[in-house]
Write a protein that binds this ligand. Structure first.
Ligand code: GDP
Length: 368
């Protein structure tokens, strides 16, 4: 019965009646074991968001078997999308094994970042998520920054045991593995072997250490609440920064609104005049308007003035969902998963954030 099934991609309830509505799937696709809705089908087939896809069961099996052996677990997160790239439950799965947390993509953060402050922030946030790592560190896999330090730390803590790299898709695991290969001087991949993970059909990349243990790259799990799963590849290029973010500052009065393209919107409903510091890709255009005009602007200009999404994406563009926050009088980020965040410096406010249904919006202690 189609009514009881949900999409294996995004979790939406499936239906076969209305092509225009969420969860549509052609009747012919219902016979498959793993059914995904038409929208997810398009996302997976026309974008490069998630090169390795595996079922949740496979992934859990991998995590469990890590917990069954003695190993060092290196968990990678994306510093531009900390919340979106966080995998929950890792501590439970890895058992008593020690964990290192690595914040990747630091090259995207504004140039004047203070790494010590950011380390405190990461330690604090990781603890809040219920994880007790040995240490937290940073790197940029893409730019090859801090890789040496990372390798030394891994070597120090692994105590001659295996190392498992874990993380959500898109956090940069593949890029990091390639950097590691470069640094350890693996020529023409002769040391590289693929080993089949017990109980799954997955091949893991295995990089042997001299002492007989090895470093394993596990496939990433897909976090479905990230913006990346709702937009096309082309638009993803606009949304995901490739250069250091230049923060944009808006001095706002209450009853003003900021639009981030047409991807999301932040209403400053109530509070004292204050600055809203926006950390989003330099390619995302921010529009300021009066709150009372915002609904009209959105319905008339989505796909045009307010883009992404582009015109051709509108038919599958999800509805906006509203999230309300009472911001305390302390520096706080309002985070749109995968898009970026807005920092309020700490005079308190009541705000309403609008994001596509399925994309999470959270508040956190300010990162910067
Ligand atoms: P995986 O899915 O975890 O294996 O992630 P990939 O290694 O495929 O990387 C996902 C995307 O993030 C790619 O577009 C990479 O170019 C990009 N990326 C990876 N590491 C970094 C980094 O340190 N800085 C930046 N700016 N981009 C990165």
């Amino acid at each position: 019965n189609v009514q009881e099934k949900s999409c294996s991609g995004c979790g939406v309830k499936l239906q076969t009646q209305d092509k225009e509505k969420a969860g549509y799937v052609p009747k012919s696709a219902l016979a498959k074991d793993r059914i995904i809705c038409q929208r997810c089908f398009k996302i997976t087939h026309y974008s490069e968001v998630s090169p390795v896809e595996l079922t949740d069961e496979d992934y859990l099996r991998i995590l469990h078997s890590i917990g069954d052996s003695r190993a060092l677990v290196v968990k990678i997160v994306d510093m531009f999308d900390f919340n979106g790239s966080w995998i929950t439950g890792i501590q439970r799965f890895v058992g008593n094994n020690p964990i290192l947390v690595v914040g990747n993509k630091v090259d995207l953060l504004p140039k004047n970042m203070n790494l010590n402050r950011m380390k405190n922030w990461l330690q604090h946030s990781v603890k809040e998520m219920g994880l007790k790592p040995l240490d937290v560190l940073f790197c940029s896999a893409e730019k090859g920054m801090l890789i040496e330090e990372l390798l030394q730390t891994i070597d120090h803590y692994r105590k001659k045991q295996n190392v498992y790299i874990v993380g959500a898709t898109n956090v940069g695991k593949t890029t990091l593995i390639n950097q590691i290969l470069k640094k350890v001087g693996v020529q023409d991949n002769e040391l590289l072997t693929a080993s089949r993970f017990p109980g799954t059909t997955l091949d893991l990349i295995e990089i042997p250490f001299e002492d007989g243990s090895a470093l394993y790259d596990t496939p990433g799990i897909i976090n479905r609440h990230q913006m990346a799963h709702y937009i096309s590849t082309e638009e993803l290029k606009t949304v995901s920064p490739s250069k250091p973010i230049k923060p944009k500052v808006f001095q706002l009065d209450e009853q003003q609104t900021l639009f981030f393209g047409g991807l999301s919107r932040l209403d400053f409903v109530q509070g004292d005049h204050q600055s809203f510091v926006c950390y989003v890709s330099n390619l995302v255009t921010i529009h300021r308007t009066k709150l009372e005009k915002a609904d009209e602007l959105y319905s008339n200009h989505l796909g045009g003035l307010l883009s992404p999404p582009g015109e051709n994406q509108l038919s599958t563009w999800p509805k906006m969902k509203k999230h309300s926050f009472k911001i305390k009088a302390e520096p706080t980020d309002i985070v749109f998963s995968g898009l970026g965040w807005v920092t309020l410096k700490g005079s308190g406010a009541y705000v309403e954030a609008h994001a596509p249904e399925g994309v999470t919006v959270t508040v956190r202690k300010a990162l910067i």
